[in-house]
Ligand binder design. Sequence first.
Ligand code: NAP
Length: 483
Amino acid sequence: MLMPLLSDNELRETRCLIDGQWIETEATYEVRNPATGELLARVPCLGAEHAREAIAAAERARPQWSAQPAHERSRILKRWHALILAHLEPLAQLLTREMGKPIGEARAEILYGASYVEWFAEEARRAYGQVIPSHDLSKQLSTVREPVGVVAAITPWNFPNAMLARKLAPALAAGCTVVAKPAEQTPLSALALSKLATLAGVPHGVLNVVLGDAVAIGAQLTANPAVRKLTFTGSTAVGRLLLRQCADTVKRVSMELGGNAPFIVFDDADLDAAVEGAMASKFRNAGQTCVCANRFLVHEAIYDEFAERLVRAVRDLRVGEGSQAGVTIGPLIDQRAKAKVAALVMDALEQGAVLLEGDAQMPGNFFAPTVLGQVNAQMRVAREEIFGPVAPLIRFVDEADALAQANASDAGLAAYFFTRDIARAHRVAAALKVGMVGINTGAISTETAPFGGVKQSGFGREGGPQGLEDYQDVKYLCLGNLR
Ligand code: NAP
């Protein structure tokens, strides 16, 4: 089928979407390029009333959408997938301009987001139930999986396309309708993605997008009884608040929250692979990823060599505007983020850490890739999520020490380790208290595997077969009097 293509201007949507209508309001807020400060757009600033309207639209659209054969929903999702690919370049350009990441990473994010749309288009048709061996021959027992209903989806700015695609695709595939609230700083990528969904044939009211007052909209999305599930990706602090708010209406909840990933380098590791993994894990998106290495735990026997090699690799990074060729590190999202990262580095240096690489004099929102040596577990940089291009190096003496340090965190999202010992690989993978483990790799994300955390990194899984189940209720059927 020939796909209709939107012009860059048409794709650059600045209105919100409620019940199939693109709406504008007098109250607006500014969207700026974090690299240059350039004003990109003004978008509507909505509140509780518009959120209520969006929920009502989603509730009205729900019966018909959920009653569609899965095959039909799958067809629409596949069309959406094709449209995303057809608009890859303008979507990536938009993402770089509003979020700052290098254009190559922006392209990779669009493809990553699209991969979830394709995956769940396929999974939609495999929502199998079960026939259960019966305890009583006069009864037949079975289960079916049904869409949970209206879903509220709140997403962050660090992957403005993929974090939303990862929620919309399984929700729509399962037969749910959605009210999405993307992050304030990066609404344009979310609106463009949603525009393509409508072009693909997602009916009026099935997908609604509201922007504006996060507290007021969040209160409505969590209190309204028509919303049956909240899926949230963001900070642990906001996640806790939303969990509490969802309690009164007993909603299903998925929480993809903050991380504090340990990255362990054992003394038998392939150091070339470990440095390559460290660079991929730590410096992608300028360190603004939930799964990025937050603490490098390095065996004392190879600590100096690893530090030296890492510093050498870090010196090859190039900081700048993401749209420029050769740039590998874009800006941080805003001044608040920069101040927080700078405070963590300062705290470490005051407590005896050593600056192995870094530059405090970067202009604007830019932050130089930094390596800190002699870090210990008491420093804030080891305890808090850094969300910036800072690699703190901590020594350990043996496997037990490494595991104790790695697990000494309230977060439990991802962990990485490098070793050539197969028995150790199994032992350590089993002992790490996290939702995802990278063994001899720094890159773990894929639509085919379940993404999510344990402990205060949250619960629920995005991707894999589990990703669809997060948007389905299991109904048990007991058919009696068969004899
Ligand atoms: P954030 O401050 O928690 O914001 C996330 C979203 O929540 C935004 O849309 C924000 O809206 C909204 N929000 C804030 N306060 C709210 C409230 N009271 N009620 C309802 N919504 C509210 O997080 P962030 O700084 O954007 O993102 C970074 C965090 O996300 C990091 O901690 C990172 O680890 C985490 N993250 C986790 C994963 C994962 O899969 N586990 C993936 C990516 C990121 P506004 O923007 O309008 O304020």
